[in-house]
Design a protein. Sequence first.
Lengths: 82, 475
Amino acid sequence: MLKVLLVLWPSFVVAGIAEGVFFTVIDPQELYLFGQPVHFSRLATYSIGFLGFWVVCAASSLMTWFLQLGPDDLNRRRNDAG
Amino acid sequence: MTSSSRIPTPIVEIKPQFDEESLYEVHKKVHPRAVSGIFATWRWALVWITQLVFYGVCWLPWNGRQAVLFDLVERKFYIFGLIFWPQDVFFLAILLIISAYSLFLFTAVGGRLWCGYACPQTVYTEIFTWIEQRIEGERNARIKLDAAPMSPRKFWLRSTKYGAWTLLSLWTGFTFVGYFTPVKTLWVSTWSFSLGPWETFWMFFYGAFTYLFAGHMREQVCKHMCPYARFQGVMFDPDTLTITYDTERGEPRGARKKGVDPKAIARGDCVDCGICVQVCPTGIDIREGLQYECIGCAACIDACDQVMEKMNYPKGLIRYSTEHAIEQHWGWKDILGHIVRPRVVIYSLILGAICVAFVWGIATKPVLRVDVIRDRATLAREVEDGLIENVYRLHVINVSETPHRYAISVTGLQGIDLAGERIIEVPAAGTKSISVQVRAPSESGNKGSNQVYFDVKALADEKISVHEKASFLRP
């Protein structure tokens, strides 16, 4: 459970900050999606943007969690399997 | 070198450095005991104030609109008489700096005042615990109910509690969204089941978070999720007020009959009743000293004072005090005398300066903004009568709450003038873009770029004007 939180929570906080900064500077109506102007409502763009930021940040947190595993965790895992 | 020639290194087992992990997983549920007293009263006062503001302010009208509305769709933030545009992000940044410095200052002086009294996590936990206590009873009743097997009574109590929590969470989610979408329209569309998909999503999202954080996670949010809890210690110094157990006075602790003189039985004042632990929302024992889990809610002070009163001992075995004060047996006079110290002075000066700059900035915030953009398609062209024409796009932003008509003029070159529109009408808190042709005789100015100025003046109020630079090209 703590691992899930360690991945989801910091990424949520950072996604919130990123969302705020990004959409303060950029008007969603000026964005292009695959070469076409974004035709979603602003509320939808903000929401999708936030969830997108969250996913990206969570991927980063997940990788951090993965790389910080100590030799102990990794060795034990292999021993368990064998 | 091949890997086979290497001596295999023994694998050193590294033990995890913190035990929090296991603590989190097999976390013991904290059943805080209800407490009354001066600090509990303060905490409840702050619950009322913050929640009246939160649930109430979105319903206040102002100038025929919602007084506080962060209109994401229109990209305008309304805060009573003020309107903030994306260009005003500077103020938001300053506001964040002010909040940070206030937090530093309060923490340096009074410890975790924010955590103990005003943090939404504390406030909602307080409300949710209150509901829990009304439905399931006091601490002992709740522990018993937790241990008891499922029965019709337990099922009824649990579902009532969860139901009440859900209603409050949904109301909180609704209010939250009401700050971003006009709340009255939101109210109507909620009951006519015509909410937009994203409004519905955020309402449930925020509601679910409230439910989870205040109903189930409580102190764990402070212990495991809050970044502030981790670094607040940096702001502390030996003169910071913290909730302190007076070890010298309390130890050796031990049970005794009411009214027994501690000296007669060679004990300290602590009767070891454990009530300070029972009331603690984070489940710690303050007698072990200052811990990072302590959110500074002062529930243990209230509880201990009541016990001391019953025992006819002086109050304040657990009290707001400082490291220095406990060491050197200071009274309140000395503690207050040590509030003014370099750290506090520096925080106050910086905070004061930023606040002044903020207020000054708000007071002198322009009510009219003009952006002049050269038309990139046509640089300069020759028109009739040997005049040179440049085309610009004027983006006029009326930041005020009254519609305005503005006169546009241009200066800076001999004989320069506008061809076409000279008046532009912009609605209240609105923007308008127009294309303007500027013509000047071909002999005025230099070849190449010349500096010219656009003046945009409100017809109703001469003081509302903008003087904006632009360049005029002459081939």
